[in-house]
Design a protein around this ligand. Structure first.
Ligand code: HEM
Length: 192
């Protein structure tokens, strides 16, 4: 149950500086349509009992790369409680990306997650003292692994190649949109 995920605050955070009108234009720019919405709902169905396997793969990738696991460390030591707490919210994010309507609450929570990666709010939710910011370059770089690795999971429930491709494209657009919103705090005021 989402209410029991530590630090998960969907619907309870401050207002995003990005307007719904600007979100609509961004959606238009990444060619995100109501078809993509439908395909994301289907992806949500397909992924809902596979989130642990997805997270194992992503955490394996982070854990296997010193420059990435770095962001969960203090003095070079990974904080296991922090990794575990974030993992639970990450699992919920997969479901939210697929199922939540992209309205004001969604927009607000994207800004909250943006702040949580940025020095504004990293570490605060879990009360830890690991490195203070996830560098911008890796936020953008993650679009590819978070997208490419999902395809195999989308194909696991017997859907046609065409249906898998449509879910995959919708996922790619949704992740791109998300990461754009998550980079807001990194950009000079007035230049986002
Ligand atoms: C937090 C996903 C990029 C490390 C989170 C959360 C999610 C997430 C869903 C939890 C949000 C919440 O609190 O509700 C993603 C996605 C990324 C991305 C989809 C890019 C496509 C990165 C990168 C790193 C990273 C590049 C570096 C290794 C972390 C850390 C936290 C976190 C350390 C905890 C932040 C805190 O202190 O609250 N991420 N992330 N993330 N992510 Fe990412």
């Amino acid at each position: 149950m989402s209410e029991q995920i530590k630090g998960y605050a969907y619907g309870q955070v401050g207002q995003s500086p990005v307007s719904i009108a600007d979100l609509e234009l961004l959606k238009k720019t990444v060619l995100f349509t109501s078809e993509d919405e439908k395909n994301l709902r289907l992806a949500g169905e397909v992924l809902k009992d596979q989130t642990n396997e997805v997270l194992d793969l992503w955490y394996g990738f982070v854990g296997g790369n010193e420059h990435l696991v770095h962001y969960f460390t203090r003095n070079g030591q990974p904080n296991m409680d922090y990794l575990t707490a974030v993992r639970a919210r990450f699992g919920q994010w997969i479901m939210d990306l697929c199922n939540r309507p992209y309205g004001q609450d969604w927009l607000n929570y994207q800004h909250e997650i943006a702040l949580r990666h940025h020095s504004s709010k990293k570490n605060k939710t879990d009360g830890v003292d690991t490195v203070p910011i996830i560098h911008y370059r890796y936020m953008v770089a993650f679009i590819f692994p978070i997208t490419a690795t999902i395809k195999g999971f989308l194909a696991k429930k017997g859907h046609s190649a065409e249906a898998v491709e449509a879910m995959y494209a919708a996922w790619f657009k949704a992740v791109t949109l998300t990461v754009i919103l998550w980079t807001y705090p990194y950009i000079t005021k007035g230049e986002f």
